[in-house]
Ligand binder design. Sequence first.
Ligand code: CP
Ligand code: NVA
Length: 307
Amino acid sequence: MKSSKHFLSINDLDPEEFLEILSSAKKFKGNRRNHERTLREQVGGIITTKPSLRTRLSFEIGLLELGAQALFIRNEEIGLGERESYADIIRVLERYVDILIVRTHDHNGLIEMVKHANSSINIINALTSEEHPCQALADFLTLKENFNEFKNLKLTYIGDGNNVCHSLMLASSLLQVEFTAITPPGYEPQLKYINLATQNSKKLSGKEPQITNDIQKALEADILYTDVWVSMGESSAQKSQSAFENYKINEALLKNKNIPVLHCLPAHKDQEISEGIFEKNAKLIFDQAENRLHAQKALMLHLYFIR
Ligand code: CP
Ligand code: NVA
């Protein structure tokens, strides 16, 4: 057991912990309100330096459903890493709150927080420029609901080798899903994450992640996944949108093949995914959004028992 009391990366879990969280999430989904309020009298703080619909609300509602108080901390007031350092902010907040959920561009800022947290607080990554591990939990819950087995399932991500791609690649390596990232040249996932996922796969006898620029490989997948071309905090000027033109999930790519498609949302229809393909997969995509709530409740409970 890794038993990490913080959740900065999906790699903070081992496969058993990951599977336990998924089965606890499934139970929460089947019994949304009539369960034990295990986190009563606890306070969960949420800070986001970027916009959010799903993440903020699913955490706030999840905390309330577990009996805790949710406290939204406005970054305009605290100025994470600007008005005050990550190290000092956590040394204050750990004296007030039991769980801290943070969305920030700066992944190292979160690592800094973990380094300086002395008390029993749980710190959760709600998206950084490098990872979006809570999204991957919900995505794997969605996969579990739709496929019999993770082993040998072919999950193919198309688009920017970004935070969402990194977390999906790591999650796949832990649960022996066959992962392929199809990106435009120059937009491949970071080597650090490819190496981590490859190490996991070797240890767990899964297939190593495949990274390619060949969009036609999409047709070999059991399930496809895409995300925006330009992530929050990036300027579209920095990125050549024309590089992504041949990496759209649309009718021309899929022809008549019925491959389901996931999307973490928000979506840009007719950029990374066509309106038609999005609507065809709407049930699955909005299940993913709902599953954020159930998966994060299970995660918070898991971390609480380690604390
Ligand atoms: N998928 C996701 O994290 O959505 P939000 O940015 O709306 O939180
Ligand atoms: N890659 C996207 C994910 C949004 C949920 C971003 O970072 O903006």
